[in-house]
Design a protein around this ligand. Structure first.
Ligand code: NAD
Length: 448
C-alpha cells in the first residue's frame, strides 16, 4: 500500500465524521446484497482453499456474517447517538455525555481458518463505527482472500476499504503506517509480534488469539450429549477452530465408558459421512506438525475425529494448541485436581463444562478464568452477538461481535458542558482561603 492511499484513507476517515448514520447503514446493506448474490462464489472459494464443505461455510461463515449485518443494520441508529450520563452534585450546573466517534483508519489482519467470517465480521463493526479500513487476509486461503478483495472493490471506494494481499512481509509493510487501531486474529505468537509493533507506535489493538481450550466432564454429565458436542467441535473445520475443544478431562469413574462410546459414535458418523465432504488440514506444514504430534498414529483419511487417552500432561499433545481433529483425554479423581491441571496453562479462549450439577458448574466457573464459557455446550457462544467475544491474557485482548464490536472500534469521547450556574466551581479556584477549605469540607460531607 502506498503512502498516498493511506493518506486518502485517513482523510476519508475524517470526512466520515460528518456522514449520516444512514450512509453507514447503506454500506451494510450493500454488503448484505453482495453476499446474498455471490453466496455460491463464497462457498466455492472457501471449498477450493481447503475443501471446506459448503454446509460448514454456509453455517459457520455466511450465516454468522449475515446475522451480524442484520443486527448492526437494526441497531446502529441507537448506538451512534450521544449517551447522556449522570453528573455528580459536586459538578453542579454541568451536563455530561459520551459521544461515539470513529477512531480513524483500522488495520484488520485475519487468519485462514474462517477466512471469510474473520475478515468480514470485524469489517462490519469497523465501518459501522465510521472508520476506514485496510484488510490483510491470510495468504493460506488465496481464493477466499482474492474474493474478499473483489467484494470490497465492488462495494467500497479504495479510500474507504482497501484489501491488501500478501504474507507476513505484507503485514510488516502495513505495520509501518500509523493506523488508529489494529485488529488481529491469529496465533498467540504472531499476536505478540503485532503487539510489539503497535506498542512502538502507541497504536491501540485488539488481539483475538488461540490457546488450549479445555473440556471438563463431571460424574453428573450426560455422556452422550457431551460426546456428540465435543465430536462436532473437533469435526467442524477439521478441528481448526480457535474455540474447538483442545483437551478433555473426564472423571475416572466414567472415563472408560466415555472413550468406548465416543469411539463408536465417531465411527457411526464416519460411516454416514462422505469423506470427500470434510475440511482438509490447511497445509503440508500443519499436516506434518499434526503427524508428529500424534506420532503418526492417527490416520487422517480413515477417521474424522479421534480422542487419545494419555496419562499425564507431559505428553506432547499437551504442549501447544492442537488445532486439528485429535484431542488428548486425561482422567481425574476430583474436581480440584482437574482445576489444577487447567491452571497450569495460560487462560484459555474457551472453557467447556459438561455437568448437570449447578454447584459443580459454579465451582468451575469461579476456579477457571477463560475468554468465554460453554456449559453443556461447545463453540456456539461465538454465534450469539449479544455476548462479547474475546480472550484474556494469552488468548487475547479486547472483544467484539454486536455492540461490543461497535464499541471496540469507537472512541468514547467524554464531553462535559457547563449549562448553568457558571460560578459553581469558583470555590475550587485560587486563591485558596480558609473559607474555601470550610466550604470544601461541607461539600465533601454531602458527597463523599
Ligand atoms: P497466524 O498467526 O499464523 O496468521 C494470522 C495472520 O498473521 C495472517 O494474515 C498472516 O499472514 C499474518 N502473519 C503470520 N505470521 C506473521 C508474522 N511473523 N508477522 C506478521 N504477520 C504474520 O494464524 P493462523 O495460522 O492464520 O490462524 C490460526 C491461529 O489463529 C490459531 O492459534 C487460532 O486459535 C487463532 N484464531 C483465533 C481466533 C479468535 O477469534 N480468537 C479465530 C481464529 C483463529
Amino acid at each position: 500500500m502506498t503512502l498516498k492511499i493511506f493518506n486518502q484513507l485517513k482523510l476519508k476517515s475524517f470526512q466520515n465524521r460528518f456522514e449520516s448514520v444512514q450512509n453507514r447503514i447503506q454500506k451494510l446493506q450493500k454488503m448484505q446484497n453482495w453476499i446474498k448474490k455471490n453466496e455460491l462464489l463464497i462457498l466455492e472459494s472457501v471449498h477450493s482453499d481447503f475443501n471446506k464443505p459448503h454446509f460448514e461455510t454456509a453455517m459457520s461463515e455466511i450465516m454468522i456474517v449475515l446475522n451480524e449485518l442484520k443486527y448492526f443494520k437494526t441497531n446502529l441508529k441507537s448506538w451512534v447517538i450521544d449517551q447522556i450520563v449522570s453528573t455528580p452534585i459536586s459538578l453542579f450546573g454541568h451536563k455530561s455525555k459520551i459521544r461515539y466517534e470513529n477512531k480513524g483508519v483500522i488495520l484488520i489482519i485475519s487468519p485462514w481458518n474462517y477466512p471469510f467470517q474473520l475478515a468480514i465480521n470485524p469489517l462490519i463493526a469497523a465501518i459501522s463505527a465510521g472508520n476506514t479500513v485496510v484488510i490483510k487476509p491470510s495468504e493460506l486461503t488465496p481464493a477466499t482472500s482474492l474474493l474478499i478483495q473483489k467484494m470490497c472493490s465492488e462495494i467500497f471506494e479504495t479510500n474507504d476499504v482497501n484489501v491488501e494481499l500478501g504474507d507476513k512481509e505484507k503485514t510488516n509493510e502495513l505495520l509501518d503506517y500509523q493506523f488508529d487501531h489494529v485488529f488481529f486474529t491469529g496465533s498467540t505468537n504472531v499476536g505478540r509480534i503485532i503487539a510489539v509493533h503497535c506498542a512502538q507506535k502507541l497504536i491501540p489493538y485488539t488481539l483475538e488469539l488461540g490457546g488450549k481450550s479445555p473440556v471438563i466432564i463431571t460424574e453428573s454429565a450426560d455422556i452422550d450429549d457431551a460426546i456428540s458436542k465435543i465430536h462436532w467441535g473437533k469435526y467442524l473445520n477439521r478441528g481448526q477452530t480457535c474455540v474447538a475443544p483442545d483437551y478433555v478431562l473426564v472423571h475416572d469413574s466414567i472415563q472408560a465408558e466415555f472413550q468406548t462410546r465416543f469411539n463408536s459414535y465417531s465411527k457411526s458418523i464416519d460411516q454416514k459421512q462422505n469423506p470427500e465432504k470434510i475440511s482438509q488440514i490447511i497445509s503440508r506444514n500443519h499436516q506434518s506438525r499434526l503427524d508428529d504430534l500424534n506420532s503418526g498414529q492417527f490416520d487422517f483419511k480413515k477417521s474424522a475425529v479421534e480422542l487419545i487417552q494419555i496419562k499425564n500432561i507431559d505428553h506432547p499433545l499437551m504442549a501447544d494448541e492442537i488445532f486439528g481433529p485429535t484431542s488428548p483425554v486425561i482422567g481425574y479423581s476430583d474436581l480440584k485436581s482437574a482445576v489444577e491441571i487447567i491452571l497450569k496453562y495460560p487462560d484459555p479462549l474457551a472453557f467447556y463444562i459438561f455437568s448437570k450439577n449447578n454447584a459443580e458448574t459454579e465451582f468451575l466457573l469461579k476456579s477457571i478464568p477463560s475468554g468465554g464459557v460453554g456449559i453443556n455446550s461447545v463453540s456456539v457462544h461465538l454465534a450469539n452477538h449479544h455476548l462479547p467475544f474475546g480472550g484474556r491474557g494469552n488468548s487475547g485482548q479486547g472483544r467484539y461481535h454486536g455492540h461490543f464490536g461497535f464499541l471496540e472500534f469507537s472512541h468514547q469521547r467524554a464531553i462535559i458542558e457547563q449549562k448553568f450556574l457558571n460560578q459553581s466551581l469558583q470555590i475550587l479556584f485560587p486563591p485558596y482561603t480558609e473559607l474555601k477549605m470550610k466550604l470544601l469540607k461541607i461539600l465533601r460531607y454531602f458527597t463523599n
